[in-house]
Design a protein around this ligand. Sequence first.
Ligand code: SF4
Length: 311
Amino acid sequence: MSLDIFLDDQELISRIQKLKKERNAVILAHSYERPEIQDIADYVGDSLELSRLAAKTDADVIVFCSVHFMAETAKILSPQKTVLLPAAEAGCPLADMITPTQLAIKKAEHPNAAVVAYVNCSAEIKAMADVCCTSANAVQVVDAMPQDEILFVPDQHLGRWVQTQTDKKIILWAGCCPTHQRMKVKDILDLKQQYPDAEVIVHPESNKDICDLANAILSTSQMLRYCQASESKTFVICTEMGMLHRLRTAMPDKTFLQPSKGLICPNMKMTQLEDVYESLKELQHPIEIPEPIRIKALQALNGMLAAVPLK
Ligand code: SF4
C-alpha cells in the first residue's frame, strides 16, 4: 500500500480528477455504491445501463465502481478497453450461487428449456445461457423466447415475479440476494402507518411477502423514473440503501425512506476513494475474460438487446 493513500478526501478527489484526464478514463458507479463514490462518478446507474455507456464512450479506461460481474459485463461489451474494478475482492453472493457445473447438470435435466440468465451472474454462466435479462426487462425477454419452458437463473425471486407476469413455465434456480432478504414486512408496515400516503417501491430481488406490499415492483433505473413521474412526495424504497442517495440527489424535494436499518450490500460498499485513486494510478484491477467465453456471453447479451432494445 502506498503512503499517499493517507491523503484527505479533497486531495484524493482532485488527484482522481487529474489522473482521470491523463488516462482518458471514465468513472462509473452503481446506484448501491457509497455516496462519495457516486458523487465523483461520471455516471451512476444500474449494471447494464453503465456497461452500455462504457461501450459508447471514447474513454480508453473504464473504472467500474461496483462488483465483479458488473465490470465483467462491461468488458464483454468493450473488449478493446481497459476495464478496472477498484476493489478486487468485491463480488456478489447471488452471482456465486451458480457454477457452470451446476448449470450444466440442470440444463441436462431440462433439455427443452431456454436458459435465461439475469445479468447478476459470471461471464461463464452468461456464456452458457440462451439469453440474458435485467430486472427491468426480464418479463419481455422471457416472453420473446420461442420455448415454452424457461430455466431462469440465478435469482429465484426475480424468476418467481416473472412467473406471475407470463404464461411460460419458469423453472427456478435457488439463488437469492442476501441483502434484499433482510427486509422485514413489519418494518414496511410500521413506515406505512407513520406515512400513510407513501408509495412502497420494491426491487424484484425481494421476497414475495415484501413484493405483496408494493405499489410498484421496479428495477433501480425504473425506480428513478417512476419517482420522478409520480405525484407522491414520500416513498418507501425497498432496496439497497445506496439507492436513496441517488434518489435524494435527483429529487431533493421528495422524501425517501428505507424500511429496515442496515440494508447494505457489503460488497457494494467495499470501493472507497482510495481504491479509485489507486486503481487509476496503477491501472488495477483489470478484468480479463477468455475470448471464447466472452464471445458466447456477448451473444447472450446481444440476444437480450435484440429481444428488448434498451431505451
Ligand atoms: Fe449481489 Fe445483492 Fe449485492 Fe446486488 S445487492 S451485488 S445482487 S449481493
